[in-house]
Ligand binder design. Structure first.
Ligand SMILES: [Zn+2]
Length: 322
């Protein structure tokens, strides 16, 4: 049985042969072109087999329409591909997207609605392409060479312009029916709080995201005082406690400009809340910590999406031939 989440999109001539696929060593030593598609910037870089980001480039997310934006991305990617050889392309992108990552409609990029990003990139470069949610990219990247290395059960989340996350349970990245598992932004922390686009009130995203904090305080999140920093950490800790109690995950790593910018007061308040609300024997030691990859996180994560999809294809191939 195979599912199509984060599937590899390739032109026929770029499809791997079974022989290449079967060699774990070859897979581990691959260099990958990583792409991060965000609402404010597009970034691309070559990520080596140890998760180090080499040559990289970025441009503001612009373009009046879908094609112009894609040309801007192609202009970013092509010089890197000319300079260095890579095996494939991994792309982390804001959601929503179709379950196989084939069609993307990032909320904060109105130029792309049901845009065939993987297909266009594969056609343009001749390389196989994997596109998936940027929160899931973060989860895989942190497990590969960030703050979750060696852990089989954890949540990786972002507290930034939005609040989202990706879950790894039993050593496997969870996808869910439409590929959005781990979206902690819609766990309710204030039942009478602000209305959320999802139809509920007081979702974590409506009180802890950068725009929510600005709405509440009248100032950008970067100017938040100590009380706001602690309060935001407390709310994140409350939502995280729900996930820890539900899924038995002892580790939560947090990235994003709001969380990392708020720093120690945020993480202390989050951990205190977690300690108060995780009193079961199996949840008592749960920890919430800053993400380990810093500014390289999105590109390392995008490369990790590639390695992950490649491994899944190999597993499916092995199952299919046994
Ligand atoms: Zn919601």
């Amino acid at each position: 049985m195979t599912d199509s989440v984060g599937a590899i999109t390739a032109r026929p001539e770029a499809t791997f042969s079974g022989g290449e696929f079967g060699q774990i060593g070859a897979m581990v030593r691959e260099r990958v072109l990583a792409v991060d598609v965000g609402g404010t910037k597009l970034a691309a870089g070559v990520v080596d087999p140890d998760g180090r980001v080499g040559s990289q480039a970025r441009v503001p997310t612009g373009g009046r329409n879908a094609d112009e934006l894609f040309e801007s991305l192609a202009g970013l990617v092509e010089p890197l591909l000319d300079a260095e050889s890579v095996t494939g392309i991994g792309v982390g992108c804001g959601g929503p997207m179709s379950a196989d990552g084939g069609l993307v409609s990032p909320l904060n990029i109105p130029q792309w609605r049901d845009f065939a990003l993987a297909g266009h990139l594969a056609d343009r470069t001749g390389l196989p392409v994997v596109v998936d949610n940027d929160a899931k990219a973060l989860a895989l990247g942190e497990g590969w060479c960030g703050a979750a290395v060696g852990n089989r059960d954890y949540l990786a989340m972002v507290v930034s312009t939005g609040v989202g996350g990706g879950l790894v349970v039993d050593g496997r990245l969870l996808h869910g029916a439409a590929g959005n598992a781990g979206h902690i932004g819609h766990v309710v922390v204030e039942p009478d709080g602000p209305a959320c686009a999802c139809g509920r009130r007081g979702c974590l995203e409506t009180v802890a995201s950068g725009p929510a904090i600005q709405r509440e305080t009248g100032r950008p999140a970067s100017e938040a005082d100590l009380e706001v920093r602690r309060r935001t950490g407390d709310l994140v800790g409350q939502a995280v406690a729900t996930v820890v109690n539900l899924l038995d995950i002892p580790l939560v790593v947090v990235a994003g400009s709001v969380a990392l910018g708020f720093g120690v007061p945020f993480f202390e308040a989050a951990q205190e809340r977690l300690d108060r609300e995780c009193g079961l024997e199996f949840t008592r030691d749960a920890r919430i910590v800053p993400a380990g990859l810093g500014a390289d996180g999105p590109l390392v994560g995008a490369a990790a999406l590639w390695h992950h999809a490649r491994r899944r294809s190999e597993e499916a191939g092995v199952e299919g031939t046994s």
